[in-house]
Design a binder for this molecule. Structure first.
Ligand SMILES: *Cc1c(COP(=O)(O)O)cnc(C)c1O
Length: 434
């Protein structure tokens, strides 16, 4: 009763994201009442394993007592204060830790991933202007890349369903070959494919570097493209090319940051430092909206001047929100104290071993894993496979949302071995029904 009431009310007034609202009259959204660990509980008391970390944000489970306590403690101190002309302990402490963890030098804040992309693009352009290269006004991104859906972020995003309608509003940018190893020729290693993909960028920069401000990439995993994974050699090569042609390298770690790929930041696996790093999603362990752009000392210094207009005058009202910073700090405390990255080495390996039954399934291809992200593609998938699988998975008490014909697991790090077994068995059962 209560359940149906909530669905009717949401349908009446809530305009859901990434949703054709008319479809929702056939497929009801999950009415979530509460969460605990990897589990979500609906208003009827059924539980569902959140195997995609609520769109890749959750790290340490729902209703994590430690993160909740940190946010509650902050609530009684200062909930929010503007960050222009004011500062506070949580934002300073978080910035110190991010600088220390990343190897970059300064942290600029916003509230969501797309805004972080906007900031990185604007910073790069403005940097070149400040150093006397005002012709560097263009950006390069990867085929099938995803960097968010505001107009500036869409200009470097290459996902037709999100972009095509808005094309008349969006500035052009160049897309170069993706290093996605599924596209390698038979017999070609992921590494040699990555280097071949880098040639596409090299050819572009050779010709256009005078007009290119930055290259933006999703390091190691192009998540929205369907968990397209690549060899770290690609990033190493991109770093060399960016140096050679005086172009910034922007690492969009909004999805892959905070341990998803096995290291705190994915770019570490290529032993490089980007010029700008975008962070969001896992930054608060999935608690509160927050994003950050980390900048190199060189970039920061180009804005540091007596002239106001040389500064980076961008702002959002909730920049550096103290509650969000406290959630982020609590998350980093858990990472360090509980040696999460080490433990995830074993957990990721266990997940891969448990999922061998899926790898061996006759309809499964391109089985792959990077850190705590495991994915596979389904052959002979019907057109509406993603929707059918989503519903079949719900019937197995799993929240899974395939991207096209790619099924992926990106669970919160608190998932235990028994829950991993449950996840794999349920996914196998769902697959057998479609
Ligand atoms: C989710 C995502 C974004 C956009 O973040 P929002 O908070 O949804 O605006 C940008 N880049 C990547 C790689 C993402 O996965």
């Amino acid at each position: 009763m209560q359940h149906n009431d909530l669905l009717a009310r949401t349908q009446a007034v809530v305009w859901h994201p990434c949703t054709q609202m008319k479809d929702q009259t056939r497929i009801a959204p999950l009415a979530v009442a509460r969460g605990a660990g990897v589990w979500l509980y609906d208003t009827d008391g059924n539980k569902f394993l959140d195997a995609i970390s609520s769109w890749w944000v959750n790290l340490f489970g729902h209703a994590n007592p430690e993160i909740g306590a940190a946010v509650r403690d902050q609530l009684d101190r200062i909930e929010h204060v503007m960050l222009a002309g004011c500062t506070h302990e949580p934002v300073v402490a978080l910035s110190e830790q991010l600088v220390q963890l990343s190897g970059l030098a300064h942290v600029f804040y916003a509230s969501d991933g797309a805004s972080a992309t906007e900031i990185a693009l604007k910073m790069s352009f403005h940097y070149w202007r400040n150093v006397g290269k005002p012709n560097k006004i263009n950006f390069v991104s990867l085929k099938n890349g995803y960097h968010g859906e505001t107009l500036g972020a869409l200009s470097v995003t290459d996902v037709a369903i999100f972009k095509d309608v808005y094309a008349p509003l969006v500035r052009d940018s160049a897309q170069v070959m993706s290093p996605d190893w599924r596209l390698a020729e038979p017999g070609e290693t992921s590494e040699s494919y990555a280097l071949r993909a880098a040639l596409s960028l090299e050819n572009h920069l050779k010709k256009w570097h005078d007009e290119v401000a930055a290259v933006i990439v999703e390091p190691l995993v192009q998540c929205a493209a369907g968990m397209a994974m690549h060899h770290p050699a690609y990033l190493a090569r991109v770093r060399v090319l960016c140096d050679q042609y005086q172009v910034h390298l922007i690492a969009d770690e909004i999805a892959v940051g905070f341990g998803r790929t096995g290291t705190m930041f994915a770019y570490e696996q290529a032993r490089i430092l980007p010029d700008l790093v975008c962070l969001s999603k896992g930054i608060t362990a999935g608690y509160l909206p927050l994003s950050a752009v980390l900048a190199s000392e060189d970039i920061y210094q180009a804005f540091y001047a007596d002239d106001t207009a040389r500064g980076f005058l961008h702002s959002h009202s909730y920049t550096g929100n103290p509650l969000a910073c406290r959630a982020a700090l609590a998350s980093l405390t858990i990472f360090a104290r509980d040696q999460i990255l080490d433990k995830n080495q074993h957990k990721g390996a266990y997940l891969e071993a448990a999922a061998q039954v899926l790898r061996n399934h006759p309809r499964v291809t391109h089985f792959r894993r990077t850190g705590m992200i495991l994915a596979f593609d389904v052959v002979d998938a019907p057109v509406n496979f993603a929707q059918q699988f989503y519903q079949a998975a719900l019937a197995q008490n799993l929240l899974l949302r395939p991207i096209g014909h790619t099924v992926y697991f990106m669970p919160p790090y608190v998932i235990d071995e028994r829950e991993i077994d449950t996840l794999v068995a349920g996914a196998l059962a769902a697959l057998s029904q479609i």
